[in-house]
Design a protein around this ligand. Sequence first.
Ligand SMILES: Nc1ncnc2c1ncn2[C@@H]1O[C@H](COP(=O)(O)OP(=O)(O)OP(=O)(O)O)[C@@H](O)[C@H]1O
Length: 642
Amino acid sequence: MNRFYSMQEAESENGAKVSESFKFVSDGKRDVWRDSGEGRSEPSCSLSVSKISYTVSERVGPWWDLPSYRKQWTRQILNDVSFHVDSGEIMGILGNSGSGKTTLLDAISGRIGNRGRLLGEVYINGRKLKREEYQDCFSYVLQVTRKNTQAQFKFWIFCYYVSAVMAELSLSHVAHSVIGGRVFPGISGGERRRVSIASQLLQDPRVILLDEPTTGLDSMTANQIVVLLAELARMNRIVIVTIHQPRSELFRVFSRIAIMSRGELVFCGQPEEMVQFFSQCGYECPEYCNPFDIYVDFTSVDTRSSDREAATFSRMHEITSFYQKSNIYQKALAKTEQSLQRTDKLAIPFKSIESPSGAAKLAVLLRRTVRNLSRDRMGVLMRLSQNLIYGLFVAFFVIHLDNDVTKGAIQDRIGIIYQMVGASPYTGMLNAVALFPALRAIGDQESQDGLYSKWQMFLAYIFHILPFSILSVFIFSSFLYWTVGMHPDPLRFLCFTAVVLVPHIIGELLTVVLLGVVQDPNMVNTGVALLNIAGIMVGSGFLRSTQQMPEVFQWLSYLTFQKYSCELLIVTEFHGLDFTCNISRPLPGACLVTHGSQIIDEGYPGAQSRYTLDFLLLYAFIPALLLLGMISFKIRDKLVRH
Ligand SMILES: Nc1ncnc2c1ncn2[C@@H]1O[C@H](COP(=O)(O)OP(=O)(O)OP(=O)(O)O)[C@@H](O)[C@H]1O
């Protein structure tokens, strides 16, 4: 079967546009993800996990207690976990909180991060997977809480998916809805879970891992999700799902049940084997009780008191060693061994890797970003008007520029220019800090799913802000320029607007670049503010004349966008300007300045002849920062594994 991704727009049966997301297109009419496996006698895919252990080193004490902070202790999160699953099977992983279920899925999906030491191997069809191949092979639906956090940040994703997948997961009716979250209304929790599953199915994975897909759902919806996953497994897939408190009806839905406690696999086998196994251990499930709850209780360690902990820990160990000696475990090991020894090993079924071109991905991301953020009407309004509101303050304060030097003709103009260069990066920065972290979280997740690269999300965000920034700055400068009475020349007005636009964009761009490598938006906030202040001090020549500064600062000033924007704005406003002087109220020396060019020559010698060059250098900051941003998000690929 010829499978590939396409990012073209699809037309639904009634002709309306259904999807503009990553589309999965097959050459047949049949849904691609219901493919060839049905009806096979032998499983076409097997997953063997062998002796997976994960340890982390932790500081003994807090950082302020230096002696204990220097000491480290090693904590075993996963201990020698081995199991075998064949395609067509759904395995449920149970265990009390903190037993290591999520860490196990993180480990075998290649998202464990690099904080700890991971040992053990994962085999698909008897072939050893390299660590870097895990993500290309397994799809991973993360724990829902992480998605909700994103939603809290006001971020919405359109659920545009292939009609086949949407129909199969009963999502067609929400195709154009906002997913939403706790703060903003959207689709229901169950639908949201199905959207997460659907998005993973688009890559047609053979192995799907799901971390608590039923948490927070009512038991009927939770059951429906598990039954749906079992159906997906029957279509020649391996589905592994961690689950809290499944209803007893699901007992027969799972092909395999694993119970974890303290990072160890206490049991892993078929449901019928489980009942028999625990009975043989002497732990019968009482009548009318949910076996899931009972067996998880038997194997959990109760830490409420040291006595209880010792007693429950030894019970857990007793059951674990009983399991490791049991036929069930030996059978699993034999299956793994068998698959390793096979001479006719099947190929590793990687997720569909044929993907659209980088430009096509960028186009879809851009469209999605614009549409998602455009839904936030208040946000768009604020973005467009924030500069104008700030302009109102300035206009109210200055009211009207005079040409009389004794009435502040020079000082007021320099003050306005100072404000333009100094303050406009902040509005850009505030936008980025408010909007980008949520988008970054989505980008982290989707890039790990192999949909696109993080830098593509960065570019999509930057491209989407450009029209907003241009419009916002144009509204602002149209109001301020003519209201306070700056040089009444339309060409100069356009130059003024073009110059003010750059610091505004740089403020946002620089913030996003830093958000690539610094996780905490508050730190980025502070960093950008400090950089801006430093740039104004070194580059503008307002706080200290550039010529009077030590040579090192003079050189540094060439690296600041403030230098070029100040020079440009000074020339735009002061060139050809004649001043008057009210000699009845003379200020000492004030009447010596009669032409704007005196200000330029005194403070920014040669600035008039550098006008075009300054424009080019100022605008060169934008591609330079774009490049830096791409590097920053490439570094992020290495830094963020989750
Ligand atoms: N990188 C890490 N560093 C330190 N401790 C970790 C790390 N990863 C996991 N742990 C710890 O390992 C234990 C198992 O965590 P895990 O999230 O896998 O549990 P879980 O069974 O999924 O729990 P829950 O059901 O509550 O989600 C926890 O005590 C957790 O704090």
